[in-house]
Design a binder for this molecule. Sequence first.
Ligand code: AVI
Length: 320
Amino acid sequence: MEPKVLLAGLSTDTLKGLSSNPKYLLSKYFYDDAGSAIFQDIMNMPEYYLTDCEHEILSTHKEEITRVFCHDYQRFDLVELGSGDGFKTKILLKQLIGNASNFQYTPVDISANANSELVKSLKTEWPDLQVEAKTGDYFQKLKSLNGHSALRKIILFLGSNIGNFSDSETDEFLKSLSSITYSGDKVLIGFDLKKSPQVILEAYNDPHGHTRRFNLNHLERLNRELDADFETRHFDQHTTYNPVSGEVKSYLVSKIEQTIYVGALEQSFHFNQWEPVFMERSRKYDLQTIEKLAVSYGFKVERSFADSKNYFVDSLWNKM
Ligand code: AVI
């Protein structure tokens, strides 16, 4: 996607979100270059268990997972949505290459920078690997993958990115996934599981201040790209976890009554003192819900690969 298109999306979505009651901003805009770097700091925190758990799953089960991918020895198309730096995916790529599997890899990411870095490092490590990166939002790119190739598709959606979707986004995403896959295609989705609320809150409730920086960077991004005049010291970050819905919710709360001007929108937005802006949801699942989701969209859970603590699963779905 061209940067101009992304910028148009950012301004339309910001206008919509800040005009709503309650106010919200979309979490997909966390990931500009600065935000992606802060997310790396989050992933490196010992309390942010998600990355380590998924790394353990892929390292432990790489033989079995890749055997399922190439069960009929035919060439296949490995598509990854939200590939980022490819750190975890490289475990599977290494195994596939070691098995002399016949595949092409299509990483899709919203960050052009992350994509070009990933392609560079893959080309250095495996010069013969066929890679064609695509930059853009999963939803648009997913639709464009229909008819992308006649090969059998294996789609990776790791890291619990699905947890950041609202119910309607999950529905739209899984409908698209269902519409571009055919019988025998596979999907490997990372789901963070419900667990001790204490463990979850420690991962998101900011022992090192990175989650606060991550949220405030969204406002700084609006200052940089939409000529807004947010002063981040006037906002506090607040996180909640609801063990019934499984949702972690993150907010920025205005500490004072204030009016923010967004130059690119030629519009002001009023904030009452203690008014929240909803920034992000990170949903946690249970295995029954995952099973139901798969079936509702025409898939069957073939295997669930969990880590040793049962904190996280990579769920392998087969298209019926
Ligand atoms: C990218 N995503 C799966 C992260 C999560 O855990 O929901 C984003 C994140 N937000 C705060 N910490 C991490």
